[in-house]
Design a protein around this ligand. Structure first.
Ligand code: ADP
Length: 710
């Protein structure tokens, strides 16, 4: 039944906790979550519109990037003369092109007909577009060659042929003829195995006649370098051979000659063959040279791609402009030729034609679009992807997630067909809560957590305290009932015997009367204790202080105990070394204190039968100590024994009747006198309780009374 009551109490506290703390917190939490969700939706909406804004900003920056190029071109366009050849050269335009990476090519578009292309960065020209016409030799040169040919191929006399060519008076007016003769001399030297001489001759050609075109429009420099390399290989001099190939490739990369495609690819193949003849992994110098050659070849192949791209444009005839997508700015166009897409701007030229700037779309991406995306505040830490007209991905952010629904901007028709898609940052509930500016909701959540934690802590503590108290109370009730029962039983039995005249001897009758008296006194003390305890618990205890000598009080209690305990063989010794001064005290309270201390001393004496009481004055205090030689108290219990209902767990103590309030009352009574009680004890050796009462005592004047505070 008791257990049930405790259980009900605990359940009630938990229900209070749930109703008073958990429920409000829950409601507050739900409201806060709704608030966060609204906030989150608002943030997402803001983020999406700011991304759209950023997208427009990126587009307009791209447009400005192109406009800059177009404007600076327009500024010089007026001073450029109209070209006459399909592939033309113009130093001003070449210079302009080199300064603007966004330009992939410059062309001139006459009013009718196919475009004309600037030869800037063209590695070769298609065979049918070459501006160079095949050379025609002067008659004198034809005659010289005719005669030399006779000697070399009819007579097969190479020495004579060599001498003949070496002695031919050079045709001073024609560098071409001189170059051609030197080339023949080198060939003859080679045939005569005069390799060193031949190499020298090719060096001379390379240095002084490199641009000379011989028949079939072949540049003499290229021929000389390839021949020289082959001779070096013959001489097992791979290093010189590769150095020569390096020079040749450098020239080709710089488009030093206006080479026709067939010759250009022929030179590259020959250079490759020479390199493959020289490969020698053990020679460090050769390895280095081959590395440089590879780098040159890589650069040439990317330029080849560029040349092919522009050649496709040049060979397209009329430019079929994609009118459906013609730009709003009216001067930017897109077209596709042989699978390649071109994006170009037209600027009016002198005369009836227009100048065209083919824009390098990769450059616009790298130097404008990506740069704008990365530097734009709104997009710098957002996932994005850029796709072309076919939906193929051109690029994306380093970190890329498609978790959220995308926000996209499509580039307008006067820019290339690109679309930019952003995937806004995912703002989860948790992220929203901790995002800067979440403010009130974060505080609400912190408050909820704190309230719940504190509430739980205090509830648990209250439940525990309640349980502990109810346990202690029931223990108190049972011990107190026992304490009452034994004196009452003996009083009743003795009284019955006396009443029924069953105790004939007067001596025995006297003994019975004395015992009845003692037991009733004991009961009365017990009741005093309980009454005092309950009064003090409620702060109702009234004291009657008076200034008096405490010695008689101590003596009386000791004497009464001596009488009571004499039968049990106790030897209670009172020592008062010298008279103590008067102090302010409450007589009844002090009797109670002495009684409780002496009662404990006897109760917990075990087999010992000696109790010493001392009354003395020391300094400004009157000290009463009660010492026994009994069971003693463990150190850890010294403080606890003064708490309500506390009884030590020792077996010996448990066999002794007690209520656990005796020392609590002693402490409260002593403290009401502004005094102090201390205990010194060790198990098995006994205990000494010392009451220290200040001589000044309470400030309450003689015979005045006061209530005890709890
Ligand atoms: P009780 O009615 O149990 O004696 P008290 O408040 O007087 O209650 O004492 C509290 C506890 O302190 C006792 O249960 C006992 O364990 C211990 N105690 C008190 N006085 C002594 C003593 N003189 N010797 C040993 N233990 C003592």
């Amino acid at each position: 039944m008791k257990k049930k009551k405790g259980e009900i109490q605990r359940q009630r506290i938990i229900i209070y906790y749930v109703l008073a703390i958990v429920l409000p917190c829950l409601i507050l939490g739900i409201l806060a979550i709704r608030g966060i969700r609204n906030d989150q939706a608002l943030v997402e909406r803001e983020q999406r519109s700011s991304l759209l804004e950023s997208g427009q900003q990126i587009i307009s920056e791209t447009d400005e990037y192109l406009q800059d190029v177009e404007n600076s071109f327009t500024a010089i366009a007026g001073s450029i003369s109209v070209p006459r050849k399909r592939i033309f050269n113009d130093s001003l335009l070449c210079n302009f092109s080199s300064q603007h990476q966004a330009i992939a090519g410059i062309f001139y578009l006459p009013e009718t007909g196919p475009p004309y292309l600037l030869n800037y960065n063209l590695l070769y020209v298609p065979d049918d577009f070459s501006s160079v016409t095949d050379i025609t030799r002067p008659q004198s040169m034809e005659n010289i060659l005719e005669k030399g040919w006779q000697i070399e191929f009819r007579e097969n006399d190479y020495r004579k042929a060599l001498r003949y060519y070496q002695n031919v008076p050079p045709d001073v007016n024609s560098k071409n003829s001189q170059g051609e003769i030197l080339n023949i001399i080198a060939r003859l030297q080679k045939k005569l195995n005069l390799y060193d001489d031949a190499i020298k001759t090719y060096d001379l050609i390379w240095n002084d006649y490199t641009d000379v075109l011989i028949q079939n429009k072949i540049p003499l420099g290229a021929v000389a370098s390839l021949e020289k390399s082959l001779l070096c290989i013959e001489k097992k001099d791979s290093v010189s051979a590769l150095e020569t190939v390096c020079l040749l490739l450098t020239q080709l990369q710089k488009s030093a000659w206006e080479t026709e495609y067939s010759h250009f690819s022929n030179f590259l193949t020959k250079a490759d063959e020479i390199v493959s003849l020289c490969e020698n992994p053990n020679n460090e110098e050769i390895k280095n040279l081959i590395e440089s050659i590879n780098a040159l070849q890589d650069s040439i192949s990317s330029l080849v791609k560029h040349t092919e791209y522009l050649m496709a444009f040049l060979q397209s005839g009329d430019i079929m402009v994609d009118n459906t997508n013609q730009g709003t700015s009216n001067h930017r166009y897109k077209t596709r030729i042989n699978g390649k897409s071109y994006f170009f701007s037209l600027v009016p030229a002198n005369g009836l034609g227009e100048w065209g700037l083919i824009m390098d779309q990769d450059d616009i991406l790298n130097n404008s679009v990506y740069h704008s995306i990365i530097t734009n505040k709104g997009t710098s830490d957002v996932s994005w992807e850029l796709t072309d007209a076919n939906g193929e991905q051109l690029s994306k952010s380093d970190f890329f997630t498609e978790e959220t629904s995308p926000v996209g901007v499509v580039f307008p028709s006067d820019l290339p067909f690109w679309s930019l898609t952003f995937y806004p940052e995912y703002t989860g509930l948790f992220n929203s809560l901790f995002r800067p500016g979440a403010g009130i909701f974060l505080y609400i959540f912190i408050a909820i957590v704190v309230i719940l934690a504190f509430g739980l802590f205090f509830t648990l503590q209250t439940v525990n305290n309640e349980l502990h108290l109810s346990k202690m109370k029931s223990y108190f009730m049972s011990t107190v009932s026992h304490e009452f029962k034994s004196p009452l039983t003996s009083i009743r039995q003795m009284a019955e015997m006396l009443v029924h005249g069953r105790v004939p001897s007067t001596e025995r009758q006297h003994k019975y009367h004395t015992t009845i008296l003692q037991q009733s006194e004991r009961l009365s003390h017990l009741i005093d204790n309980i009454l005092d305890f309950s009064k003090m618990e409620e702060g109702q205890k009234v004291f009657r202080f008076e200034k008096a000598d405490i010695t008689p009080v101590v003596k009386n209690v000791v004497e009464s105990f001596k009488d009571h305990t004499a039968l049990q063989g106790f030897n209670i010794d009172l020592s008062i070394p010298e008279p103590v001064p008067e102090i302010v005290f409450d007589r009844e309270a002090m009797e109670q204190v002495m009684h409780n201390l002496l009662d404990n001393a006897c109760k917990y004496s075990g087999d010992a039968r000696k109790v010493e009481v001392q009354l003395l004055s020391k300094g400004n205090n009157v000290i009463i100590s009660v010492r026994d030689y009994g069971v003693g108290i463990r150190k850890e219990d010294h403080d606890k024994i003064f708490s309500r209902f506390y009884r030590t767990g020792d077996e010996l103590t448990q066999t002794v009747k007690g209520s656990g309030i005796g020392l609590t009352i002693v402490k409260q009574l002593v403290e009401a006198h502004n005094g102090e009680i201390t205990v010194g004890s060790s198990p098995g050796k006994g205990s000494t309780f010392t009451v220290i009462l200040p001589m000044k005592g309470t400030d309450i004047p003689h015979s005045q009374s006061r209530q005890s505070g709890s």
